[in-house]
Design a protein around this ligand. Structure first.
Ligand code: SAM
Length: 196
């Protein structure tokens, strides 16, 4: 997956990494910032997605589509589609540009709206990357886990840099007998849950 990333995807990744870096220093407001995962987290979720069983791949929090590009590498390998949700119009516009420029329109479906209104439509979730506002993590977790296939993988970002805010949800996941879970110290900290 990582040795032959198509040039159009590599080029867009580099472009978005530059935009994200710029955002963090030029006074762009928090809501406007892309707030992307770092590349090592991209590789991590790509590997986990490639190891997930066949089923529906979801992403909650697209921003400009950077993390979706990493998950799309696994989709290309497995012949899967990714459904990704973004609530903000401006970010969804940028994400559409990302998926057009990288020729991923047939692999990535972008749904503009609040992911919470859609998650229960998917009954065979095999991979989900959760990277939205921290206030919705708990609700998303409760919607995703019952609809996840055996062996399915949920990854939630910011488990270390937003540990205090996410603690109730993290504690719930770590004690949840429906999943095996741990927090991995990569990037901003990833909660990884595998459905039993
Ligand atoms: C941290 S950013 C996502 C970064 C992206 N995953 C990446 O690494 O390239 C969080 C995004 O989630 C979006 N978001 C927040 N709450 C949402 C919700 N309930 N449904 C869909 N998108 C949401 C925000 O607008 C924002 O663009």
């Amino acid at each position: 997956m990582f040795h032959d990333i198509p040039d159009s995807i590599k080029k867009r990744m580099v472009y978005l990494e530059g935009l994200d870096k710029q955002d963090r220093v030029d006074g762009t407001t928090r809501m406007e910032r892309l707030r992307q995962i770092p590349p090592e987290t991209g590789k991590f979720i790509s590997l986990l997605a490639a190891s997930a069983p066949n089923g529906e791949f979801l992403e909650i929090g697209t921003s400009a589509g950077y993390s979706a590009l990493w998950i799309a590498l696994a989709c290309q390998l497995k012949g899967n589609k990714l459904i990704t949700f973004e609530i903000l119009k401006e970010k969804a516009l940028l994400a559409r540009e990302t998926f057009t420029l990288t020729n991923l329109q047939n692999i990535v479906e972008l749904i503009e709206g609040d992911a919470r209104d859609y998650i229960s439509n998917y009954k065979n979730i095999s991979f989900c990357f959760l990277d939205a506002e921290k206030e919705v993590y708990d609700e998303c977790y409760d919607l995703i886990i019952p609809n996840m296939l055996k062996g399915g993988i949920l990854v939630a970002d910011n488990a270390i840099n937003h540990y205090e805010t996410l603690k109730p949800m993290l504690d719930k996941a770590l004690a949840d007998e429906r999943v095996d879970a741990l927090i991995v110290p990569i990037g901003k900290g990833e909660l990884v849950c595998r459905k039993i």
